[in-house]
Design a protein around this ligand. Structure first.
Ligand SMILES: CC(C)(COP(=O)(O)OP(=O)(O)OC[C@H]1O[C@@H](n2cnc3c(N)ncnc32)[C@H](O)[C@@H]1OP(=O)(O)O)[C@@H](O)C(=O)NCCC(=O)NCCS
Length: 167
């Protein structure tokens, strides 16, 4: 696998709003929405991300000033004790380690919070993400079948103890 040493991971701030909006709009297609649908992929969402409450955590991956990925740990502002992880890497930047950088940075932050686990949901047929998460210590907690625009699909909830070392 190639690596992308020029990628910088940072917490999302107002200065990233236009870049996040462009990133979301570039990725607003069925192939992405099929696996990633926590929110609409548009400029309103970009505005909400950079104005999110402090306990909702958004990271951006930037390469040459272009946003090539985002990751999030959400749920604490709604009172959930276990934050939910989500991640999206630009199609053109995949397979170069951006996802790994974002996941590691999110896990490092979660390890400093007062939470025992990080959770996520992933569809069973999202093989790349499922494998990726497994290699970082996420384990299946439960599964259910969900009606989606692409027919019934199995959704898996995975948990990872924050006490696990980050590979
Ligand atoms: C899942 C996702 C975030 C991975 O991001 P990425 O930047 O491509 O991942 P990386 O290059 O950091 O690789 C991470 C791991 O993914 C796996 N991987 C990446 N691309 C792969 C591919 N094309 N085929 C198989 N495995 C692949 C590898 O296991 C790799 O780890 P390793 O080589 O160190 O063992 C990215 O594919 C994505 O954004 N997918 C669409 C959105 C999505 O499904 N999000 C998750 C919803 S739960």
């Amino acid at each position: 696998m190639n690596t992308t040493p020029s990628v910088i991971i940072a917490q999302a701030t107002h200065s990233h709003e236009a870049g996040i909006a462009a990133f979301l709009l570039r990725n607003d297609c069925d192939a992405v929405r099929r696996n990633f649908h926590p929110f609409p992929l548009n400029s309103t969402t970009a505005h909400e991300i950079v104005n999110a409450p402090r306990n909702e955590f958004f990271l951006v991956a930037c390469s040459n000033e272009t946003v090539v990925g985002i990751a999030m740990l959400r749920g604490r502002s709604q009172g959930y004790t276990i934050p939910s992880f989500g991640i999206l890497v630009d199609h053109s930047a995949r397979g170069r380690g951006v996802g790994r950088l974002l996941l590691r940075a999110a896990l490092r932050s979660a390890a400093t919070w007062d939470c025992a686990f990080v959770r996520l949901t992933v569809f069973e047929d999202n093989i790349v993400a499922l494998h990726f998460y497994s290699t970082y210590g996420f384990a299946e907690h439960s599964r259910s079948t969900e009606a989606t625009d692409w027919g019934p699909r199995v959704k898996i909830v995975m948990l990872r103890p924050t006490s696990l070392p980050i590979p």
